[in-house]
Structures are given as C-alpha cells and as structure tokens.
Design a protein around this ligand. Structure first.
Ligand SMILES: NC(=O)c1ccc[n+]([C@@H]2O[C@H](COP(=O)([O-])OP(=O)(O)OC[C@H]3O[C@@H](n4cnc5c(N)ncnc54)[C@H](OP(=O)(O)O)[C@@H]3O)[C@@H](O)[C@H]2O)c1
Length: 251
C-alpha cells in the first residue's frame, strides 16, 4: 500500500465509519472526522490507535487545518453529507438550502483545496468524493442536495484534468440506497418508520459494500485511476425508486 494516512469525514457512523474501519484494516492511520465525540471514541476503542478521532464540523476548514497541523494526509475521503428534509425547494428555509449546499459541496472543495498542495508535493494522493445517484438522476424533493452532489461530481471531472501527471488520483463514488441513518432527520427521528419504509421491503446496500468498493479502487496500482463508480442495490432501478419484486422461480 502506497498510502499511510487518510482523512475520512463523516466517520462517526454509516458509510464513513465502515470506510474508516476498512482503511485501518488496510494498514492506514485514519483521521476520523465528525461532530459527535462519543461514537468516534467508540470507533477508536474498537479499531485501536490507528483510528484518530477529529471532532469538528466539516464546514469549519480552518479548525480542521489546525487539528491536522503537521499531519500528512495521503487519502482524503469526502464522505460527510446529508439533507435535513425531503421536500420541494420552495418549502425549505433559506438556512436549510444554504446548509445542504455548504455541507455537500463547499466543505469537500475546501478540504481538497487544503490537502492537495501536500499530496502534489509528495506525488502521493487519492481523493474520494462520495456523491450519489441523485447527482445524475431525479429524486423528488432533493433540489439543493442533487445540485450540490452534481456540483461535486463535475468538480471531480475538472480536477482530474488539473491533476493529470501530478501523481494524485481522484475517484467519485456514487451510491444508490444504503442502509444508514441518512434519512433519519427527514423522517423526524422516526427510526422504525424509516426502517419500514426504506429498508425492510428492499435489499439496500450496506455501508460495508461502499467501503469494499473504495478499497478496490485504492488498491489498484498507482498508474490506474478509477474516475467514477456507481454502486446500486441490485434491486434498485437505476435513477428511480422502483424496486420490482419478481417471484423466485422454482428450482
Ligand atoms: N445512505 C444513502 O442511501 C446514501 C446514498 C447516496 C449517497 N450517500 C452519501 O454518502 C455519504 C454518507 O452517508 P451516510 O448514509 O453514511 O449518512 P449518515 O449515516 O447520516 O452519516 C453521516 C455522517 O456525516 C457526519 N456529518 C454530518 N454533518 C456533518 C458536519 N456538518 N460536520 C461533520 N460531520 C458531519 C455525521 O456525523 P456527526 O453527526 O457526528 O457529525 C455522520 O458521521 C453522504 O455524503 C451521503 O450524501 C448516502
């Protein structure tokens, strides 16, 4: 493994926690960033001293720069993201719209800007941007979220041009539906309702599936860069909420 260290944002649960565990398993020291101290401490006690919690808001890039002063980050996983509601733009507050764009687009760009000079100087680096199938397909009620993820997706394409020849790879991973607490706030904290509506009657991806895909891309030899990856549940129609239930044919 060429890489020694990683910064994973949104590491306290869901996909970010699974990616952090997978990267520790690959031998990296992982700086695991999130706002909630307790789950990060729990992750550290489970994974050992190669998991270093960084308690910060991902939008506060100045605080993150201070926390990581003197640390060389080889792999940046821009995973923190979210939405607080699923409803049309005109029913959102101004603050909600702003927050969704800052969290899902501005914050990852600021971290890339911050960490790229070191990666380029060392000619070692791999950036992963977690977008979504919502970046390229229509999911009702996600205008700001879809726009922010599409923005991050396009930013990655442009950056890959700027980075060509500099030894830094960039991979976009666009997941379909993954079982996590991603929609919990949009469901007003109703965990049972979320489970019933989103995950009980279909087979969603698990956070570990996304982590496995990331590790595959990371483990390719340095001259090979997976630019874009879409990973969806087998039962999720591409770009939609349709989950056809086909009867299992008798053997
Ligand atoms: N789940 C899905 O179906 C799905 C599908 C496509 C794409 N994605 C993308 O995958 C990524 C991870 O989603 P997930 O399903 O794992 O969501 P999740 O279970 O809700 O976890 C989100 C993570 O982001 C952190 N986070 C949120 N706001 C933050 C902030 N302001 N500063 C720092 N950390 C923050 C949370 O930690 P704290 O609350 O402790 O800060 C948590 O660790 C997101 O970018 C999401 O858009 C998810």
């Amino acid at each position: 493994m060429t890489y020694r260290s990683a910064l994973v944002t949104g590491a306290s649960k869901g996909i970010g926690a699974a990616i952090s565990a997978a990267l520790v398993g690959e031998g990296l020291t992982v700086y695991a960033l999130g706002r909630s101290e307790a789950p990060l401490a729990e992750l550290a006690s489970r994974l050992g001293d190669r998991l270093r919690p960084v308690v910060a808001d991902v939008r506060d890039h100045a605080a993150i720069a201070t926390a990581l002063e003197g640390v060389e980050i080889d792999v940046l996983v821009n995973n923190a993201g979210g939405l607080s509601s699923v409803r049309p733009l005109h029913e959102q507050t101004a603050e909600e719209t702003e927050e969704v764009v800052t969290l899902n687009l501005t914050a990852p760009l600021q971290l890339i800007r911050m960490l790229l000079p070191g990666m380029i100087a060392r000619r070692v680096g791999h950036i992963f941007n977690l977008t979504s199938t919502a970046a390229s397909s229509v999911f009702p009620g996600t205008t700001a979220y879809g726009a922010a993820k599409a923005g991050l997706s396009q930013a990655g394409r442009v950056l890959r041009y700027d980075l060509a020849g500099r030894g830094v790879r960039l991979t976009e991973i666009a997941p379909g539906r993954v079982e996590s607490q991603f929609y919990l706030q949009a469901f007003d904290g109703d965990a049972a309702g979320l489970q019933e509506r989103m995950y009980t009657h279909q087979r969603p991806l698990r956070p570990e599936d996304v982590a496995a895909v990331l590790v595959c891309a990371l483990n390719l030899p340095p001259h090979a860069d997976v630019a874009e990856l879409t990973v969806s549940p087998t039962d999720q129609a591409s770009g939609g909420h349709v989950y056809p239930v086909f009867p299992v044919s008798p053997a």
